[in-house]
Design a protein around this ligand. Structure first.
Ligand SMILES: *Cc1c(COP(=O)(O)O)cnc(C)c1O
Length: 369
């Protein structure tokens, strides 16, 4: 029986490499609270991501939630419902109101042509998502933000290491959040960061991740405990040494899927974007049943019979979540709704054997009618 396949599998360094990295923690006994590993990782990540400043967090969600808090926002935030729960929850948990904008049918990122009609006198920010590592229209978003004096915070959880016209993707907007969760391209077990180029924002972020404590005795903000510990930072230092090879290996598997599915009626593939260096984070496949002969759910079931776990990223759209009790009208984002009912994200990770990629392709192609 072949091994079961999950949608992703984290890359980790050799045990020896990790042990070497954490060995000095046994001498220093400095296990958390912005220790040497934490500081080293912040500076190495700033280099790798090509951004001025990196503030590390315990996970990507807290990074995003506290970035919104640090900006002292009030009112409405324009975002998309075609994302992971975290994006919308970060808005709502800050007492802000999400206003859902529809997505572009090719990139699944916020459709910039639909943003301006959603702006009211209560709008304070735009929170777009570089979903699957597809880059949002950063220029048009910047133009709109300038015109209406809005903050822009990117959810860049899927975009680690990407560049646009040679510039690190974390350089756009007022801040960008990256996730280092184990399921992402680059992991620190759990972790995340905010990239920014604003000293005051950076100081607020540093305080908020440590209960809002500034120095020893002043408490400026009602912060949280969202610090990355030294063991996670050590994992990050190790994984960063191998990130280019990780992305290369993912790319080989991505390209294989792409070759096998290209040009087949009823299958929509993620398209390369001009000027973007992609990180091969995901392989989303949008299946149009009327053209392909099988539905997304049928294909997911066929794969599951072979112990292959493809996932419906993203279904349901966040505006349809039970926790929001029909507060949002999902029909206002028809493209997001349409894609969410047809998308299947295929297994993709650096050591996924190529013959299993072919097996997945064979099974999906056998569903074609
Ligand atoms: C993973 C993810 C997050 C949250 O990151 P965590 O590190 O898991 O907290 C936020 N947004 C998107 C789009 C994600 O995929």
């Amino acid at each position: 029986m072949a091994e079961s396949i999950l949608v992703t599998r984290p890359s980790i360094p050799s045990l020896d490499e990790y042990i070497d990295e954490i060995r000095d923690l046994w001498e220093t006994r400095w296990l958390t609270n912005m220790g040497a590993k934490h500081q080293a990782l912040e500076s190495q990540l700033a280099d790798y991501l090509g951004t001025e400043n990196v503030v590390l967090f315990v996970n990507g969600h807290m990074a995003l939630e506290l970035a919104l808090q640090a900006m002292n926002l009030n009112g409405e935030v324009i975002t998309t419902p075609y994302t992971f729960a975290s994006t919308t929850h970060a808005i709502v948990r800050n007492g802000l109101t999400p206003v859902f904008c529809d997505i572009d049918p090719m990139t699944f990122t916020i459709d910039p042509a639909k943003i301006e009609r959603l702006i009211t006198d209560r709008t304070c920010a735009i929170l777009p998502v570089h979903v699957y590592g597809n880059i949002c229209d950063v220029e048009e978003i910047a133009r709109i933000a300038r015109k209406y004096d809005l903050k822009v915070i990117y959810d860049a959880a899927h975009a680690f290491g990407e560049t646009y016209n040679g510039k690190g993707i974390g350089c756009f907007g007022d801040a960008s959040m990256f996730s280092f969760h184990s399921t992402k391209v680059y992991n620190t077990i759990e972790g995340g960061c905010v990239c920014h180029n604003n000293a005051a924002l950076g100081e607020a972020l540093q305080d908020l991740k440590n209960f809002g404590i500034h120095g020893y005795e002043e408490v400026y903000g009602v912060g949280a405990n969202a610090k990355m510990n030294e063991f996670c930072a050590a994992m990050g230092l190790c994984n960063l040494r191998h990130i280019d090879e990780e992305i290369h290996q993912r790319g080989l598997r991505f390209e294989r899927y792409y070759e096998r599915f290209e040009g087949i009626e009823g299958l929509q593939l993620k398209q390369p974007q001009p000027g973007v260096k992609y990180n091969y984070s995901y392989f989303p496949l949008v299946i149009e049943e009327s053209l392909y002969g099988s539905s997304r759910n049928e294909i997911q079931d066929v794969l599951a019979l072979h112990d292959i776990n493809a996932r419906k990223y993203f279904y349901p759209i966040t505006s349809a979540f039970d926790c929001f009790h029909r507060r949002f009208d999902v029909l206002k984002t028809p493209v997001a709704l349409h894609v969410s009912k047809r998308v299947l994200t295929l297994p993709l990770y650096a050591d996924l054997p190529m013959d299993r990629v072919d097996q997945i392709c064979d099974l999906i192609l056998s569903c074609r009618k």
